[in-house]
Design a protein around this ligand. Structure first.
Ligand code: 3PG
Length: 211
């Protein structure tokens, strides 16, 4: 069974918003060329399901997941399209339970101790911390790790090449999520070389710090 740690092994989970499913394969290939082998395609656009399906079918080296999954219907849609993992901005017990029942890695979003306690009860050990920078970033994560030493985080929201290092240096961080290496503008402009360049810089920073 695929684990959250395996999904996030390259240190960076890109949050990808695609308006057109035709952009999915070139975007996935550009990320791969930069050393990123997992991508979260968000259910924020009508192109999400078709985009996931294209990457799953045409770019087998890429571990494609679904992001912004807020209910069980979207979870099923995502899995039908070939998604290998599920990311949610918040914590929904039904989504978490269903993903676990189906042996699909799930990264539910949290910012509070109560949300963490709910996730812990369901068996979650790696949480998305979202929106990270708005909720105190690493300082809050360190505080949360006091009562919850058994958990780790994938902080997302407001993280970029300039502040990722401080997260990578903390052992409670599995990886960081973000859109800085694959912005909507870059995708719209077809700037796939730019996506590769920023992805390579991000993964190099992670390797430099984690070895
Ligand atoms: C998002 O929801 O858009 C993600 O958390 C990415 O955040 P970022 O754009 O600040 O990286």
């Amino acid at each position: 069974m695929l684990t959250v740690e395996q999904v996030a092994a390259c240190g960076v989970v890109p949050v990808v918003v695609l308006e057109d499913a035709e952009q999915a394969v070139p975007t996935a290939k550009a990320l791969l060329a930069g050393g990123i082998n997992a991508m979260e395609i968000t259910f924020r656009t009508s192109a999400a399901k078709a985009s996931i399906a294209k990457v799953a079918a045409e770019v087998p080296e890429m571990i494609v997941g679904a992001g912004t999954v807020v209910n069980v219907e979207q979870l099923h849609d995502a899995l039908e399209a070939g998604a290998k993992f599920i990311v949610s901005p918040g914590s929904d017990a039904d989504v978490i339970r269903e993903a676990m029942a189906l042996n699909v890695p799930v990264m539910p979003g949290v910012v509070t101790p109560s949300e963490i306690m709910m996730g812990l009860k369901l068996g979650v050990r790696v949480f998305k911390f979202f929106p990270a920078e708005s909720f105190g970033g690493l300082k809050t994560i360190k505080a949360l790790c006091g009562p919850f030493p058994q958990i780790r985080f994938i902080p997302t929201g407001g993280i970029n090449q300039n502040n990722a290092a401080e997260y990578f240096k903390n052992p409670k961080i599995v990886a960081v999520g973000g859109s800085w290496m694959v912005t909507k503008d870059m995708v719209a402009a077809g700037d796939f070389d730019g996506i590769t360049e920023k992805s390579a810089a991000a993964t190099a920073l992670f390797r430099e710090i984690r070895g």
